[in-house]
Design a protein around this ligand. Structure first.
Ligand SMILES: [Zn+2]
Length: 536
């Protein structure tokens, strides 16, 4: 399996001069690090190679220690791999991941001066029809295309913005201001400029009574055409509890972050959040969202709204200080919540982040002390999972699902937050291995971020990349990665009996392994921003 791949796996975008160089080796011969003139810099013994459960490779992670900036060759088993060590290697990647969202902008043209060869005219500018009453239309332009399709979904958009805002709050030094987006240079950090583009749209997704429409899509997925050519009508698909609670949480958080930047905008967001909360109180019976008959776009169904209500209550308490929100956060909290879950389906971790970093001691015994202990316990378990993996990947072999990159990046976020919370840097190497995973240190020897790495994904399931006639995909987008529970028959056929961590096709039709999504970019932004912040 993959015998032709190199025996040394590296972060293909380079390494930092201030952090240890981690590589994975599939050869039991010792590793030699040499300079470009062939002089040996150091030798590291490899020892026995255990079998990695997720990939079935015999492989081991080696820590080559700190290397001063420069060019090196890593030798083992008669092969070598070139690496570059720089002072600040990952700001470019992090910037590209943020700008990846700019490339998803809808309702406006992408101009050449910002988008280069990926420019295109405005898309999806017509008013949207209300699904239940199709004669009624509303202008809801803006927002980001969600993923490989052109839909715009409230819950996924809300968590994406939240990841970005927490990246700004907790790792701000790693969020550079050189994105070259239309708002660049306006005095506001570009990560907040980009997030605002989604927030302005999110505000339009609220119905008069406070509820939020679940999504704004057509009734079917577009074929692989450019967004400006996708002219079939769009619909505001009925409101849902989960969309309303996720938007409520995100807007409460955003109202704090933009408070000093734009008071009017911040106030609008807090009012919208409170109105959403009011609707949720008046409509306490949870109804899971299902696609109305005739709608075949992404469902983003959810079995529970308790985690969204927990997150919303936490953010509203942090924003208003009103004790009733603390009470409801305590009511919705439970000990079996996964505090490392930051994705669109389970947002418990976002509530936890709010408690740990924004509410702090004011959370008291339950929302601070107990939650903090549980969070720390969760992080230690994640680090153990990474320790057991031959590639250091913080994901058990049975957890490679559609969008496994979300789980890996989420676990990296938790490991990073452990450090930010405790000051203990002992889990940092495990966190760094996840960043290295995204950029090539993995069983596929593949960088999952478009535009970065000598061997990188090229055929992502992404309509603009698949229809613009340009060889290279839109840069700065992260692929969902291996999925052992392949959903498409053609993927299943090609990947039968392939180990979990290799269940991946760099092929355009394989949405189940190679789609991109805004809410996979955003946890990677958090991780990239943290490691970039360490390089300043
Ligand atoms: Zn569009």
């Amino acid at each position: 399996m993959n015998d032709s791949l190199p025996v040394i796996r590296i972060n293909q975008s380079g390494y930092a001069a201030s952090l240890p160089v981690q590589v994975a080796v599939l050869s039991s011969e010792h590793v030699v690090v040499s300079d470009p003139h062939g002089n040996t810099v150091k030798t590291v013994e490899t020892g026995n190679l255990p079998v990695d459960e997720a990939s079935e490779d015999k492989v081991k992670v080696l820590n080559l220690g700190i290397l001063p900036k420069g060019e090196y060759y890593i030798w083992s088993g008669g092969e070598s791999r070139r690496i570059i060590v720089r002072d600040d290697p990952w700001q470019k990647v992090t910037n590209a991941l943020i700008k990846g969202l700019y490339f998803q902008r809808c309702g406006c043209g992408l101009e050449e001066k910002h988008a280069g060869i990926y420019k295109h005219p405005a898309c999806h500018t017509a008013p949207a029809h209300i699904w239940e009453n199709k004669d009624n239309a509303k202008t809801v332009t803006g927002g980001w295309h969600d993923a490989g399709d052109y839909g715009k979904y409230t819950g996924p958009g809300a968590v994406t913005v939240a990841h970005m805002l927490y990246a700004y709050l907790l790792c701000g030094k790693g969020c550079s201001d050189e994105l070259n987006i239309p708002e660049s240079g306006n005095g506001v950090p570009d990560i907040l400029n980009e997030a605002r583009f989604e927030l302005e749209w999110l505000l339009k997704m609220q119905r008069e009574d406070g509820a939020f429409y679940h999504k704004l899509t057509k009734d079917h997925f577009a074929p692989f055409i450019m967004p400006q050519d996708d002219l079939d009508p769009e619909y505001l698909i009925p409101v849902s509890h989960c969309a309303t609670a996720a938007a409520c949480a995100c807007l409460a958080l955003s109202s704090r972050v933009y408070g000093d930047i734009d008071k009017e905008f911040s106030g609008r967001m807090l009012s919208a959040s409170l109105k959403a909360y009011e609707w949720l109180e008046k409509n306490p019976d949870f109804i899971p969202f299902v696609n109305p008959e005739g709608v075949r776009t992404g469902m983003y169904g959810d079995k529970s709204v308790t985690d969204e209500l927990f997150w919303a209550s936490c953010e509203l308490y942090a924003s208003t200080g009103d004790g009733r929100f603390k009470e409801s956060a305590e009511k919705y909290y439970s000990d079996d919540m996964n505090l490392s879950s930051y994705g669109w389906a389970d947002v418990s971790g976002l509530g936890a982040v709010c408690c740990l970093f924004e509410i702090g001691e004011k959370g008291g015994d339950l929302l601070y002390r107990k939650l903090k202990d549980r969070f720390i316990e969760t992080c230690k378990k994640i680090s153990e999972i990474s320790g057991k993996s031959g590639y250091g990947t913080a994901l058990p072999a049975n957890a490679y699902i559609w969008g496994s990159i979300l789980l890996i990046m989420s676990n990296a976020m938790s490991l990073i937050m452990y450090e930010l919370l405790t000051g203990d840097t002992s889990l940092r190497p495990a966190a760094l291995l996840q960043w290295n995973y995204a950029l090539g240190l993995n069983a596929l020897d593949l960088s999952f971020i478009t535009g970065f790495g000598e061997r990188r994904v090229m055929n992502i399931h992404h309509r603009p990349s698949g229809s613009d006639g340009i060889k290279d995909p839109v840069p700065g987008l992260i692929s969902g990665g291996p999925n052992k529970y392949m959903n498409f028959p053609q993927t299943k056929e090609k990947l039968a009996d392939i180990p979990a961590a290799k269940s991946f096709l760099d092929e355009l039709p394989s949405a189940d392994t190679n789609e991109i999504a805004i809410y996979w970019n955003s946890p990677a932004i958090f991780v990239g921003a943290f490691f970039s912040s360490l390089c300043k």
